[in-house]
Design a protein. Structure first.
Length: 125
């Protein structure tokens, strides 16, 4: 996206780890220009999660949100007497990963279940 990394990180840091509803409320109230493309990206990620995975909107949590620096577009601005000044246009790459909060809890319970069964057999619990 055609936003500087610092300006995009200022917005993304506020929504990392929040639920989908909270992130929407936070983004709606932010006064920064970088919130519009991030809001569109969040809508797209949620639409993909609903269509591809069948997740419900209220169960989604932003587990990973990062902003990385991209290439810098370099242009020249013509000035007086045949001179030119360089113009640098920064670009950033924004990644948002959503997870279903209930599937993560089920996975944690399933992962610990064999350990608990072994401890029960040995009489340690």
């Amino acid at each position: 996206m055609r936003i500087s990394v610092q300006k995009a990180r200022r917005v993304v840091d506020q929504i990392r780890g929040r639920s989908y509803e909270e992130a929407l409320m936070i983004l709606d109230l932010m006064p920064y220009r970088a919130r519009f493309p991030i809001l569109k990206l969040l809508y797209s990620a949620v639409a993909n999660a609903r269509h591809n995975m069948g997740f419900h909107l209220l169960d989604l949590v932003i587990c990973k949100a990062e902003v990385n620096k991209g290439n810098t577009k370099k242009k020249l601005k013509p000035r007086a007497r045949g001179c030119s000044y360089p113009i640098k246009r920064p670009i950033c790459h924004i990644t948002i990963v959503l997870k279903n909060r209930f599937l993560n809890e089920e996975y944690e319970i399933w992962r610990r279940a064999p350990q608990n069964a072994i401890l029960l057999e040995k009489g340690l619990i």
